[in-house]
Design a protein around this ligand. Structure first.
Ligand code: ASP
Length: 343
């Protein structure tokens, strides 16, 4: 009897060890951002702060549900980004900023860290969730980047949800465009002052509302995605860093998954996302340091913004050189952590 009891206790102990072991072998993690910029207690009301916190938590929980049920990092990234695209709070999907011509032109990209396959769309106006179109480009075509009408035709053929361009419109963003038009400026902001695109901004008040997610699933696969409306008052078919692989979005299982937000032109010019991956790849630089180095390069050419970075061990950083960044993370314990200001 005692012997049987002993065996039972040992078996239970072994099971516990086994469970703890497999848990430590298979970390799952999701990290998201909803844009960076001049985000301080003075620039948003307590009510707005509450709304942002709730929506970021919803996005984290949506992605976590995928990861926790054994789903892929690619699916988790899409689900989390869909929640933010569908919310008017962020400059992505519904609530995107307006172009000079009063349109919403959306960009998005997704990348699979396992295969290094990537997909992106730019300048689309009728695809409800551009990140899903980016995924379709990656999985259903031999291409990486599709733009404008062609991307829309493809998305329609793939059965994605299409909407009237008016779906994306919000009064708040429309007013921002009117203010920018008055100033004759191109704004990177979603409610601050404007800046000239030709003379890059210095010390002005802005917020970037782009959204992004990076995830690690139980199989150890990384994925990254970014979705944006770009910049208020943009024209001439301007495309930022978000849909450019290696600039605003990148994922490689051997290094990191990255999604960026900020002054797109400077992120393109310094290949921010790949810059971080390359530091990890060639020098094994710790993530926080790699992110800081890349953001310093952006700053050196008068840019600013932030990045979320995640590696295959579940290490992550949410770094920015602005006053704040809407951001959050969730891991195996299922507890969503959301932050906004510098801490
Ligand atoms: N990076 C985006 C762009 O330049 C803007 C943003 O992050 O809000 O299009």
């Amino acid at each position: 009897m005692n012997k049987i009891k002993g065996i039972t206790v040992m078996a239970a102990f072994a099971l516990c060890i086994g469970y703890a072991h497999s848990e430590s072998q298979t970390p799952i993690r999701l990290v998201i951002h909803g844009g960076a910029g001049t985000i301080t207690k003075d620039t948003i009301t307590p009510e707005q702060e509450k709304q942002y916190r709730e929506k970021l938590t919803d996005a984290l929980n949506a992605g976590y549900a995928v990861l926790n049920s054994g789903g892929s990092s690619l699916d988790a990234v899409q689900r989390a980004i869909n929640v933010m695209e569908d919310s008017p709070l962020f400059n992505a999907g519904k609530g995107a900023v307006f172009t000079h011509d009063g349109k919403n032109e959306l960009d998005a990209a997704i990348m699979d860290g396992k295969t290094k396959m990537a997909g992106a769309v730019a300048g689309v106006t009728t695809i409800k969730n551009p990140i899903n179109a980016a995924y379709a480009v990656m999985t259903k075509s031999p291409h990486v980047l599709m733009i404008s009408n062609g991307a829309e035709l493809f998305a329609k053929e793939q059965g994605l949800v299409m909407v009237e361009p008016a779906y994306f419109k919000t009064d708040f963003r429309w007013q921002q465009l009117q203010n920018a038009l008055k100033d004759e400026k191109i704004t990177l902001d979603h409610n601050g002052k404007s800046a000239s695109l030709l003379l890059p901004p210095k010390n002005y008040d802005y917020k970037y509302g782009t959204v992004g997610a990076v995830a690690l699933d139980k199989d150890g696969n990384l994925a990254a995605g970014t979705s944006t409306g770009g910049m208020t008052n943009k024209r001439y078919g301007r495309v930022g860093d978000s849909p450019i692989i290696g600039a605003g979005t990148y994922a490689d299982n051997n290094t990191v998954a990255v999604s960026a937000t900020g002054t797109g032109e400077m992120f393109i010019r310094t290949s921010t996302a790949y810059n971080i991956a390359a530091q990890v790849k060639y020098k094994n630089t710790p993530l926080k340091e790699a992110a800081q180095n890349a953001l310093d390069e952006v700053k050196n050419i008068n840019g600013s913004g932030g990045v979320i970075v995640l590696d295959k061990n579940g290490n992550y950083t949410m770094s920015f050189n602005t006053e704040g960044m809407y951001r959050g993370t969730i891991g195996n314990d299922g507890k969503a952590i959301v932050s906004i200001y510098e801490q």
